[in-house]
Design a protein. Sequence first.
Lengths: 258, 256, 321
Amino acid sequence: MRRPVRFSSGVVLVAGLLALWEVSARLDWMQTPNWPPLSQVLAALARDILSGELPELAGGTLLRMAAGLAAGGTAGVMVGLLFATLPLTARLFGPTVELIRPIPIPAVVPPLVLFLGLDDAMKVTVVALTAFFPVLTNTMQGIAAVEAETLAMGRTFGIGPLRRALRITLPAALPYILAGLRVSLALALVVAVVAEMIAGEQGLGHYLVMMQFAGRAPEIYAAVVALALLGYALNRGFLALERRAIHWWFALGRQAEG
Amino acid sequence: MTAERLLRPLPGLCVLALILGGLEAAVDAGLIRRALLPPPSAIAPVLWDMLASGAVLPPLLATLRLVFAGFFIGSAIGVAAGLAMGWFPPVFRLLEPVVELLRPIPKAALVPALMLFLGIGETMKITSVALAVLFPVLVNTLQGVRGVDRVMLDAARTHGWGRAHTLLHLVLPAALPFILAGMRISLGLALVLAVLAEMLAGQGGLGFLILDMQRSFLVRQMYAWLVILAVLGLALNALFLLVERRALHWQPALRP
Amino acid sequence: MAPVSRRLALSLAALPLAAPPLLGQTLTRMRVSVIPVLDVAPLHAAIREGYFAAEGLEIDTSTTTGGATGLPGLVARQFRVTFSNAVSIMLGIREGLDFRFVSGATRGTETPPDIFAVLVKKGSDIRSGKDLEGKRIASNTRNNIVWLRGMAWVEKTGGDWRRVTTVEVPFPQMADALAGGQIDAAIFSEPFVAGALATHGDRLERIGWPISETTPGGTNAQYVAMKEDLDANAELFDRFARALHRGVDWVNARLTDPALLELIAGFSRVPVERLRQVALPAYPKGVTPAELDALLTTMTHFGLGGRYPATASLIHRTAAV
């Protein structure tokens, strides 16, 4: 993937679309004040960033997201490792996991509120739950891919199961796990915001809902733009991190497939 | 052989039964308040009534229609755009910035904007599902196209294959496992967005009913619909795995 | 005036804390679930004016939209008090939840302007509930007070409510859906009525006042708590209600005063200019068995009947004023 955004046709297209946004709103093609010009949106964005409101809210959102991602990701790797190394556990708990996996997040928030409340505990849990499944799937996939070839070797050298898991299986499955984490990262931001939209006075999600209720269109889209930028930055940051983390993987001269 | 097949899921189902039994006991013992979480034994009859009377069908079909319509539209666009971007560099340069900007926007946050442009009907709901599906499929397709073995490509060129021919007969099959993996992730997302869209502007469907029951404090009904939703998700995933296995039967090594 | 930012509002809210004699004594924290609408102005007034602090209370508001989590959150003991509309409260009571009315919040006014309005697209030939038969009307939620009053209006103006399709559309999206022709009419509540008429005024018009045309002064919303909590901490709720009711007095003394609009703008973030066009509800302190009985009759008529306890038994002493 090309890193620096050069002045390419793509940038022109983006600029064109943004200009279309501005013009369509200025000329009121949509015939509604709920489609504000980009310039107003950016002005609202700048104002609320400078006042410190948005950075504070975004910080809270990111914090909850990171905590949930860390918890869910760790659990995903651990359960994936367990399921892959001890097939009995997969058979025991697999159906339960599979039954929970497809329940859409908006549907689990109401019952979760009943047990965990409206604050960080609930929101972090919701994010963790979301982050858990892609990491679990990818971990198991990654382990399945390395198993055969590498594990046999480890076994030949008489390495115990725990060390085998930690020293061979896990590192070899890393590209897969990281790919799963990247999927989780994108989902985590979405889910953190959705949870904030549903309840509690925290984060960008709450800001979005408040502004919807107050009928302040520029602020609504300012939040959307802020989320887009955050998501973009997070993804870029993660990619950079990922490249470093699996650098040695390439150094081994192998083809990463995740 | 068949007996073993039947017995395989048994331990898992036992654990599930144990969990349900534990819930039942916890409610009976007063650890969980009945008004918040009715015991499974109170939910089961409601569920049974829904199934027996056929009341489950119309909302289920409404949600399914939404999921499938959005899923197929989103997947088709995702695969087409992913192939084009992966195979034709000018297309990649043209679309990459837009994709990268739109991809991270939480689709849930876009629903109000979509309502503005597309109204509150089926079009809006299908579009929001399709949008959620589009990006994971696109990114996976792109990755799949780029992962195609250089040696194979060179071989195709030496054999005089045209670019279009190579795309269809070499690149697409090679990228298929990635595309299908992306589609499987998207299927889950499609269900999430379908439910969310139904919750936000609903007249029918599972999402609407769950919220409606919750607001009316019909908690047993709410959990019954939740169970139906979970089973639906499970069935969709199983169905997709089946399709995936068939589609990749010739490629055992790449199968996840 | 520019809308007061939340931080500013918070610091303003904290200022009077220094004044009361209870300084130094730890305040009892109470979490209250609210919706960012005009109805909760007295609560915010009481917070800002330090009435709660004077009673040794610190109020932590938690905003939800539409009350979907407010009442379940109350049952789950996440809140001590929840602001909600009367229909949702009664539906919870019907399902066996022990809600008790701690205080009144809002009622409709006797005469227009109402806090609710039925809007249609300008130039449409819909003028009454009769005209709406076979058409689509939007409500933010089914089975809440907005919907109930809207259906009562449909019937009052000659229509059969069963033949009118209710579509759920969130308030912020209603004006566009209506102007775009996706729905034929919509039941708005303030401040969305004012918002819709301010921004889409050239294309929308009001054809009905659902409260004053059906039940002048009819009940709208209240504050509730759990019976268990009230029994165990009656004195705490006495203090809560005392402070809240001082807030009601503050608001009622300023119904035509810009200070009230500035207060509302501060917590709701609705621009003050728009609030000037908004119709205000009546802010009562109490809840009467009569208003609840009337509500139950209406609810039963519109398919929300069931076994309800005697309404007088649902009103805690703090609301019996």
